[in-house]
Write a protein that binds this ligand. Structure first.
Ligand code: PMP
Length: 399
């Protein structure tokens, strides 16, 4: 059913800007995968963008303690002081970066943090540079706010990241911000410190804001785990979350580090938009930086690395093109083997229906060659990945 401005069921028209927000193709595929499972089919899920591991036990225990102690009232809009402090200390201990707790605001996930940053920074009509492919919510939320995403095709030659050269080429008078993610979704590609410094310098020269989404921070393999905050600049926005590395997707908790003045504005926005982030989740997250938890997370990081090291060469053997080794997150973004002539949406549907493997079509992440790419999430155990590879091989045998 298509919903238009004259939808009769609501009795009035829905807002055009809301109707313009697109759903994710992967949700339809996931829905179909669940239907097939209900019919008794076995499905290998390589589409799911969250860790398969449960929230680490010390975090769960802290959350349960918070509930039993009645810590269920609102917190300040910027988050519990103790949690902001714990995040600041984590940056100091792990990354040698000094960022004051007053420059950190706790939000309902990186999603909430992104909404606050975009709302604080952008006027209607402002342009924001993004790589294509990139995480779809950036452009959807920008459009909802009346800003204009400027999606710049990026490919394997720049490790699917925006470079300063590319940004300079496409820069327009109304360009007010640039968003990068490192490690990135859907490509797993990681920006190193010099690349971040170059992007920062360009933005600074042009009076634009650099927004770095570090939600997959910590999930890096064989490369340094860096943060843009190490540039030591205050006028920069870093988004992060407890969702991925800390295994807390469903708790809905993230944060943003930014200039003190902007944090003040975001505090007011947060008060009005959602009052504060989830309280028991904030108490639970205090246990996220405990040595005991960090040991568990390091073990999981190694498990993800082993999975990447298993899946990458096997997909290449099957003819998927992944020229650069993706060094972070838990994704491989692969170009379909040349002999596959269908587009990635049809490929993903066929793969699911015929052999029971779910992947995400490139169309969820942009337009640039999206019909030739699929994203594999290695968020399953090695034996399931092996099963997935066998099934994909069987499917490919028919081309
Ligand atoms: N940024 C990126 C790049 C993501 O992949 C995601 C989740 N898939 C988010 C932000 C939002 O995550 P959350 O709100 O759970 O922190």
């Amino acid at each position: 059913m298509s919903i238009g401005r004259d939808t009769p069921s609501t009795g009035r028209a829905l807002a055009a800007r809301a109707l313009a927000v697109e759903p994710f193709h992967v949700m339809r595929l996931l829905g179909r995968a669940r239907e097939l499972e209900a019919l008794g089919r076995s499905i290998v899920h390589l589409e799911i963008g969250e860790p398969d591991f449960a929230t680490p036990e010390p975090i769960q225990a802290a959350g349960q303690r918070a509930l039993s102690e009645g810590l269920t009232h609102y917190t300040p809009a910027a988050g519990l002081g103790k949690l902001r402090q714990a995040i600041a200390e984590h940056y100091a201990r792990r990354y040698g970066v000094s960022v004051g707790a007053e420059r950190i605001l706790v939000a309902p996930g990186a999603s909430g943090a992104l909404q606050l940053v975009f709302s604080a920074l952008l006027e209607p009509g402002d342009r924001v540079l993004l790589g294509d492919p990139s995480y779809p919510c950036y452009r959807q939320v920008l459009r909802l706010l009346g800003a204009e995403p400027q999606c710049v095709p990026v490919g394997a030659d720049s490790d699917f990241q925006l470079t300063t050269e590319r940004a300079e080429e496409v820069w327009l008078p109304g360009t007010r911000a640039l968003v990068v993610a490192s490690p990135a979704n859907p490509t797993g590609s990681v920006l190193d410190a010099p690349a971040l410094a170059d992007l920062y310098t360009l933005c600074r020269e042009r009076g634009a804001a650099l927004i770095v989404d570090e939600i997959y921070q910590g999930l890096v393999y064989q490369v340094p785990d860096v943060t843009a905050l190490a540039l030591g600049r205050e006028d920069l926005y870093v988004i992060n979350s407890f969702s991925k590395y800390f295994g807390m997707t469903g708790w809905r908790l993230g944060w943003v580090a930014g200039p003190a003045e902007a944090i003040g504005v975001m505090d007011r926005l947060a008060q009005n938009l959602f009052i504060a982030a989830n309280t028991p989740a904030q108490h639970a997250a205090l246990a996220a930086f405990e040595p005991e938890t960090l040991d568990i997370l390091e073990e999981r990081r190694r498990a993800f690395e082993a999975r990447r090291d298993f899946l990458l060469p096997r997909l290449r053997e099957l003819g998927f093109q992944i020229p650069n080794r993706p060094d972070g997150a838990f994704y491989l973004y692969a170009e379909l083997p040349e002999r596959v002539e269908m587009d990635s949406m049809a490929f993903a549907s066929g793969l699911l229906e015929e052999v029971g493997v779910a992947v995400t079509p490139g169309q969820d992440f942009g337009d640039h060659k999206a019909g030739r790419y699929v994203r594999f999430a290695y968020t399953r155990e090695l034996d399931r990945l092996a099963e997935g590879v066998e099934r994909i091989a069987a499917y490919l045998a028919r081309f």
